[in-house]
Write a protein that binds this ligand. Sequence first.
Ligand SMILES: [Fe+2]
Ligand SMILES: [Fe+2]
Length: 190
Amino acid sequence: MELEALRDSMKSVLKHPRYLHSIGVEEVACDLAIIYGCDAEKASIAGILHDCAKNLSDAELLQCCERYQLKVTEIEATCPFLLHGKVGAVFAEKLYGIEDQEILSSIIYHTTGRPNMSLLEKIIFTADYIEPYRKPLPRIDEIRALAYSKLDQAVIMILENTLCYLEQSTVDIDTLTVDTYEYYKSALMT
Ligand SMILES: [Fe+2]
Ligand SMILES: [Fe+2]
């Protein structure tokens, strides 16, 4: 599907604020791709589609995992919204015809990140956090500035914010987010 058609699909399946967020992620991901020498079209596609399963309820996400035989970790079973990346990648493939594995994996890992992310994965992870329609977040100006010059450092700051936010909330922390943070923190120090 062409980008324009993907935008139209997202406009019809997502609630309006989520659609605006997706357009924002698409735009920022495209800019970051140009800056860092990544494929801008892939970044745009991954950006517009990254939350394509976000409109599903917890029960629907779990049903999709069963239907498509996706592994559900203990933490995902407790917080099924964490599954919208995994399920989103399946939708991207089956409903929107995306076959590119790099795009699909950047959709899978956009919420938690993962150790040793590809450039496209880092771009989508970061764009999801800094797109302009998001409500103000701590240190967002600093993170935005870093995103356009030192991507790995922006990734670390986003992970720090996420872990700090999750520690203060009742939501459980995905161990993958902790592993990702430790990976990038130690990579930065070596
Ligand atoms: Fe998301
Ligand atoms: Fe998102």
